[in-house]
Design a protein around this ligand. Structure first.
Ligand code: G3I
Length: 371
């Protein structure tokens, strides 16, 4: 009894401490601040799925409640040979999401990029049809009831809204689009099915996306949502165009997800007048202006840009299912290597040391003031 009395104050301090910790986690994470609005997701690298870095891992659970695999579920990794699937990493990815009670998004079933070499050899329609049936049915059935939504088709359009001349279009014609959605719905009738693309908040591609989805539906395919990748810039696209897109897609009864959000702060070779895109910009100081740190003025611009984007998202939270960042922290971003290799970009809310940036606080602050 004496012993209990002795430890009682310590015990209450511990309980109080853990309550406070719980409370502060509730109020200070993205996922908790935006709870009830939409999921806040992140893309995970293979190392993150393998829980290689303890600090990154705890940041992921603390801040995010939805996950997408940045690469490991793409065709070349899960279906490396005609008769061979490799689900080692995708199983771990799904287990990770389940363990942490996260919304799990599948990326991606039908995409012209990151195909396995054997798929690139497919020349005729019968073989392509057989591939699609086997690929979609096998993967979607395997994760039936575990994966919450799928990018069924990714990036099937050109920027002018016409259909991209991909290996799928070339071998099957445009019926491949409806077929992909039908196969996915057949394998898991309950899972949400998305069409996902970049620049589809811009007018021409938005029109193309709407036409594509209408045609898929007319042919009997089920499309539940549209993914706007949201690889954006400081100055563009405008909030008005993004808003028009949210409204136009949701008017079709589609859920709108922002699936790969990041904002580049670096110069783009395509913006340089007369610049040859094939020119080699690697190692150019002009194209990599912030190799050591981001100046405060740009840090502030990034924070303001994120704030105006999330303000819009909150305005339309009833139409938005998920907002996913394309990576956990700046060090991991694909934008350090694209469109020029080896640059230092700052597109996300956490820096390379995993510290929240000004942009993080600007997104959080929107939930502190009354909407
Ligand atoms: O796996 C190899 C590794 O063995 C090698 O050591 C390393 C050396 O560079 O390359 C690794 O492959 C890289 C792969 O990512 C995995 O890290 C490829 O070179 C690289 O090209 C590939 O880039 C990915 C890109 O898709 C491919 O198209 C990016 O990480 C990934 O962020 C990006 O994601 C896409 C979405 O899926 C679709 N929307 C656009 C988005 C950005 O491009």
């Amino acid at each position: 009894m004496k012993l209990i009395n002795h430890y009682l104050p310590l015990l209450s301090l511990f309980i109080l401490g853990s309550c406070n910790a719980q409370k502060s986690e509730k109020t200070t994470s993205l996922k908790n601040s935006y709870k009830g609005d939409f999921y806040i997701g992140t893309a995970l690298s293979a190392d993150q799925i393998n829980e290689k870095n303890v600090k990154e891992d705890s940041l992921i659970h603390k801040e995010f409640n939805a996950i997408t695999a940045e690469n490991i579920m793409k065709s070349m990794f899960v279906h490396p040979a005609k008769d061979k699937y490799d689900f080692t990493l995708s199983d771990k990815f799904v287990a990770y999401g389940k363990k942490n009670k996260m919304f799990i998004h599948g990326h991606t079933l039908i995409w012209h990029s990151q195909l396995a070499p054997w798929m690139e050899q497919i020349k005729d329609s019968a073989e392509m049809k057989a591939f699609m049936k086997d690929h979609i049915t096998t993967i979607v059935s395997k994760y039936k009831g575990s994966i919450n939504s799928w990018d069924v088709v990714n990036e099937a359009l050109n920027d002018d809204g016409t259909l991209r001349k991909s290996i799928f279009l070339n071998t099957l014609g445009e019926s491949y689009l409806a077929d992909a959605f039908k196969l996915a719905a057949k394998a898991d009738p309950k899972v949400d099915l998305y069409y996902n693309d970049y620049n589809n908040e811009a007018p021409a591609k938005r029109e193309g996306t709407i036409n594509l989805i209408k045609k898929v539906r007319a042919a009997g395919g089920k499309v539940d949502g549209v993914g706007i990748q949201a690889h954006w810039r400081l100055e563009s696209p405008s909030i008005e165009e993004i808003e028009k897109s949210i409204l136009a897609y949701s008017a079709l009864g589609l859920k709108v997800a922002f699936t790969e959000l990041d904002i580049t702060v670096l110069p783009n070779p395509w913006d340089l007048k007369g610049a040859d895109v094939n020119q080699n910009f690697e190692g150019s100081a002009k194209m990599n202006p912030y190799p050591k740190a981001l100046p405060d003025s740009i840090q502030t611009k990034l924070a303001e840009r994120y704030a105006s984007i999330f303000k819009l998202f909150l305005k339309h939270k009833d139409k938005i299912s998920r907002v996913t960042f394309w990576g956990v922290h700046d060090g991991q971003s694909w934008l350090n290597d694209w469109p020029i290799k080896g640059r230092t970009n700052y597109p996300l809310l956490f820096d390379t040391k995993l510290k929240p940036k000004k942009a993080y606080y600007s997104v959080m602050q929107l939930k502190e003031v009354k909407q």
